[in-house]
Design a protein. Structure first.
Lengths: 273, 268
């Protein structure tokens, strides 16, 4: 369970990214974080594992406050938090297997990781996860030889190999096409359900969030302006989050996307027939 | 709507135009001045004589004395060893310096980074011939002075290019490894080293290639290798031998350049 209490982040430049953000994520709950760019979505999830230092407030993961942990304790806390990135953030020149095993770095000694001699349980887990995300045959390929969707699956396997108690997911589909985006979202949701894993997912694609999330938090200018189920996310609420003009434009964009997808599907069906 | 907008648009502001004009004025003035200095310092009698002198030396240099080649094999081997060992020494010293100098890996930006940058600048500003001159005075003549001279000169070159490569690494890959709970040394090993490794090998081979050329002349100041033979031949005006040495250096350089180009294309 994750408790975020009165979290505030002010950057050195004076930009206030987050002000007094509080919410709780229960075990197994997948929360979508929506909001216009610059609303503080990215700062928020980076504050949780302290890739960005919070200015004030508390972040409690199963009871321990992550704010104020020393370097060693912070590393031990980070290994319990898996993170999935927008641009996959795989180490491109390492193999898929090394990338997945790098999720274990917090648990093994420097020499074990340096010589790539991981414990048998870690290797077995890595293979099992690669099988789960459908990439078992690609284990020894270099990460930069994979397609976008495949890379994101490796990213998911890396995060899961940490045996995390919480997943932080930063725009997992922003670099993917609509079809792959849906596959990746479905995979993420399934995995969270299988493991009863709580997750915070930054997502700018509102229809995608409505389709997959159990709960949605809306951020605007660093403040929580909505917290509820996807059904409660009405036009009025979205107008509050995004501002009237942007929301109308985004909705039209989404309709065009959906239309384009349907057309493409029809076209494919016709060609196939 | 129409007619309210100007019909003219200028690419450069008047101030820029003035500055460009002033720049060219300075360049022309500088050129005229330099021309004058050059004419004053030249003894035209020698210049008029130049074609004849060149033809004379050329005539004496040709044909090269090929029977001299076997005697050059040992110094050539010394030269190659000097370049290779010097490069290794330089790289070993340069790697820690580069990590201290790179903004994203330095442990202390206030103290260690300036020191590392100073080492790089100091090494780069002194030509390896000067390093060799100093080291021959300290260590006595021989290949050891040459190796250390090559090594010291390489530290700056490799250090600078390597620290720039380290600073250009993709931060999201580093962030991702940090997020797994990795220690700083593991971040180095998993996120930074894989990203800079191709640059590292490219720089090393490139420097080795330069060092072959440089070590061939270090003998001029007593640091062993082909240069020593070159100096000996020049001293006794044995021009055909000089030609042979120059041809051998040319051949070696061409070969090393070919190897370095092959290795670098294989890496990218």
């Amino acid at each position: 369970m994750l408790n975020v209490e009165h979290l505030t982040k002010t950057y050195k430049t004076g930009d206030k990214a987050l002000s007094d953000v509080s919410f709780t994520v229960e075990k197994g709950q997948v929360v979508g974080l929506i909001g216009p760019s610059g609303a503080g979505k990215s700062s928020l999830i980076r504050c949780v594992n302290r890739l960005v230092e919070p200015t004030s407030g508390a972040i409690k993961l199963n009871g321990t406050d992550l704010v104020g942990l020393g370097a060693g304790d912070l590393r031990r806390a980070r290994r319990r938090i898996g993170m999935i990135f927008q641009e996959y953030a795989l180490v491109e020149r390492l193999t898929v297997m090394e990338n997945v095993l790098s999720g274990r770095l917090g648990y093994v000694s420097f020499w074990q990781s340096f010589s790539r001699r991981y414990p048998g349980t870690d290797i077995e887990r890595a293979y099992r996860l690669l099988d789960r995300v459908g990439l078992i045959d690609h284990a020894d390929k270099r990460a930069d030889a994979l397609s976008g969707g495949q890379r994101q699956r490796v990213g998911i396997a890396r995060a899961l190999s940490q045996e995390p108690e919480l997943l932080l997911v930063d725009e997992p589909t922003a670099s993917l096409d609509p079809k792959t985006s849906r596959q990746i979202m479905r995979l993420l949701i399934e995995i969270c359900q299988e493991r009863d894993l709580p997750a915070i997912v930054n997502i700018h694609d509102v229809p995608l969030a409505q389709q997959f999330m159990q709960r949605i938090i809306g951020l605007r200018a660093g403040q929580v302006v909505f917290d509820g189920t996807p059904d409660q996310l009405t036009e009025d609420v979205l107008t509050t989050i995004y501002g009237a003009e942007d929301w109308t434009a985004m909705r039209q964009g989404a309709q065009e996307d959906a239309q384009a997808e349907r057309d493409a599907a029809r076209e494919m069906a016709r060609l196939g027939a | 709507m129409t007619g309210d907008f100007p019909k003219e648009w200028q690419y450069r502001t008047p101030k820029t135009k003035l500055l460009i004009w002033a720049f060219w004025l300075c360049m022309v003035a500088g050129f005229v001045y330099c021309w004058q200095v050059m004419n004053e310092g030249t003894i035209w009698f020698f210049v008029q004589d130049a074609p004849k002198q060149a033809a004379d030396i050329g005539g004496r240099m040709w044909p090269p004395k090929l029977s001299y080649v076997p005697e050059l094999m040992r110094p050539l081997w010394d030269t190659l060893n000097m370049a290779t060992l010097g490069t290794m020494l330089g790289v070993i010293l340069a790697v820690p310096v580069a990590f201290l100098a790179a903004r994203n890996t330095t442990p202390s930006a206030a103290i260690l980074r300036p020191i590392a940058l100073f080492i790089i600048v100091a090494s780069r500003s002194i030509n390896s011939l000067i390093w060799a001159l100093l080291l021959v005075a300290i260590l006595g003549p021989g290949i050891l002075a040459g190796i250390i001279a090559i090594g010291f000169r390489s530290v700056g070159f490799v250090g600078k290019l390597l620290y720039e490569a380290i600073e250009e690494t993709d931060v999201t890959q580093i962030e991702a490894i940090r997020a797994t709970g990795a220690s700083p040394s593991q971040v180095l090993n998993y996120a930074i080293v894989p990203q800079v490794l191709p640059a590292f090998w490219g720089i090393t081979v490139f420097r080795w290639d330069i060092n072959i050329r440089e070590s061939a002349i270090l003998g001029l100041v007593g640091a062993g290798g082909l240069g020593l033979k070159l100096q000996a031949s020049l001293n006794v005006l044995a021009w055909p031998q000089v030609t042979t040495i120059l041809l051998l250096i040319l051949l070696t350089v061409v070969l090393s350049e070919w190897v370095s180009a092959k290795v670098r294309t294989a890496l990218i």
